[in-house]
Design a protein around this ligand. Structure first.
Ligand code: LLP
Length: 417
């Protein structure tokens, strides 16, 4: 459920007409709904209200400070994968003891920064990283709280590029080596072993791979405890999908029920790192039609947003619903919705049914709140587009449009030229 609905034939974000925002902000722009973010956070949290659980929003999904602040106010922690993301989380008031640090390539500078900040947990993904963290901690005269991210060798059944828990994927430590790694870590002066973590992939539409992974990792927690390790936290990652099209996605309540059953009796605090589930359907990308172009076998609708603004269709063949902001005549015809970038792959949708759209008419590309703005670039020298946050009947620009002066100003021409 989201809060993008038609009122008097005009698509609104909560109580604000997208057309009104477009007039004031220009197109293209991202628009987020506070009520939708809050609802999704609360629905997820509700499932775990009776157990000890911490929800750490995956900042990579949407790192806008206003979005993060909205989540911080709801009590969310943060799952970060870089120093920049930790800075963002801290800046909006998320307490360090609610921050987990994931990723296969944390640099020593990043480890030091996170250690000094006092974060809750480092999810360590290799022995070299463990050694580096141990050294950094000893230098600082401190100890680093860690979980090992283990690779359970389970196929999430999602898109190949966003499945992370198979043996051949770069993530986590090898399952068979887990006990050995915990043994090594427990003898390190700068390391305090506290947990186990997994994350098997993103946009999962089935509970089965989660269940297999959670049961497998619960078994590992039990055997580690038997071996004398004090495992007090189990981080189960993110990954529950959202309906982009007509997929049937399990409700977060079902996910919670399954998770609680799979981890029963472990006596561990559970940590979750949902990203897409919280913000995916809380955002749209609003774009205006530039031209309609007809060839003998195709109708192209060329819009002012492009793959540099939202790369998901190009990169993952992702489906995003696309609707006219002003409800048009019900007669629909198939069009290819494409951007202005000089690449054939700059396509948002092929043969999509839309009412007649004229130059200047607005379209909303739905489910663009996760992995949309964060993955944008300035390709083709297109300025980074703004982000707007709606809250009831008010809205604010939460990231302004990059100006051409800013864009050009970042380059420097050396003196010898
Ligand atoms: N935790 C870790 C360690 C992750 O790597 C990820 C996502 C998450 C949590 C959050 O997963 P979520 O709940 O959002 O599924 N750009 C791609 C998605 C990449 C996901 C990367 N990792 C896309 O647009 O589909």
């Amino acid at each position: 459920m989201d809060h993008f609905t038609y009122i008097n034939g005009q698509l609104h974000a909560e109580d604000v007409a997208l057309e009104r925002i477009a007039k004031e902000v220009g197109t293209p722009f991202y628009c987020y709904s506070t009520a939708t973010i809050a609802r999704h956070y609360q629905v997820f949290a509700e499932g775990f209200k009776d157990i000890k659980a911490t929800i750490c929003f995956a900042v990579k999904a949407n790192s806008n400070l206003a979005v993060l602040k909205t989540l911080a106010n709801l009590g969310s922690g943060a799952d970060c994968v870089s120093m920049g993301e930790i800075m963002r989380a801290l800046k909006v008031g998320i307490k360090a003891d609610k921050i987990v640090f994931s990723g296969v390539g944390k640099t020593r500078a990043e480890l030091k920064y996170a250690l000094e900040a006092g974060i809750m947990q480092f999810n360590v993904e290799s022995e070299p990283e463990l050694n580096a963290l141990n050294e950094v901690a000893i230098e600082l005269g401190s100890t680093a709280p860690i979980a090992f991210r283990v690779n359970p060798d389970i196929d999430a059944g999602s898109h190949d590029k966003i499945s992370t828990g198979r043996k051949g994927d770069k993530f986590g430590i090898q399952w068979e080596k887990a006990h050995e790694m915990y043994e090594i870590a427990s003898n390190m002066e700068g390391i305090d072993v506290q947990g186990v973590s997994i994350h098997i992939g993103s946009q999962l539409s089935d509970l089965n791979p989660f269940e297999r992974a959670f049961e497998k990792v619960a078994g590992l927690v039990r055997s580690l405890k038997e071996a004398g390790h004090d495992i007090k936290r189990l981080d189960l990652g993110g990954g529950l999908g959202i309906p982009y099209n007509s997929e049937e996605i399990p409700h977060p309540a079902e996910y919670a029920k399954m998770t609680i059953a799979a981890t029963k009796g472990l006596d561990c605090e559970l940590v979750f790192e949902p990203g897409r589930l919280i913000v995916g359907n809380a955002g749209v990308l609003v774009t205006a039609a530039i031209y309609e172009k007809y060839t003998s076998d195709r109708k192209f609708l060329i819009v002012d947003a492009a793959m540099n603004d939202l790369i998901r269709p190009t990169l993952y063949d992702a489906h995003h619903e696309i609707v006219a902001v002003k409800e048009g005549d019900p007669a629909k015809r198939p069009v290819d919705i494409v951007g202005p970038i000089c690449e054939t792959g700059d396509i948002f949708a092929k043969r999509r049914l839309l009412p007649q759209v004229r130059e200047g008419d607005l379209l909303a590309i739905r489910s663009a709140g996760a992995y949309g703005a964060v993955q944008s670039s300035g390709y083709n020298s297109r300025p980074i587009i703004p982000e707007v946050l709606v809250n009831g009947s008010e809205y604010a620009i939460v990231r302004r449009r990059e100006t051409y002066a800013e864009m050009l100003g970042k380059d420097q021409i050396p003196e010898w030229l």
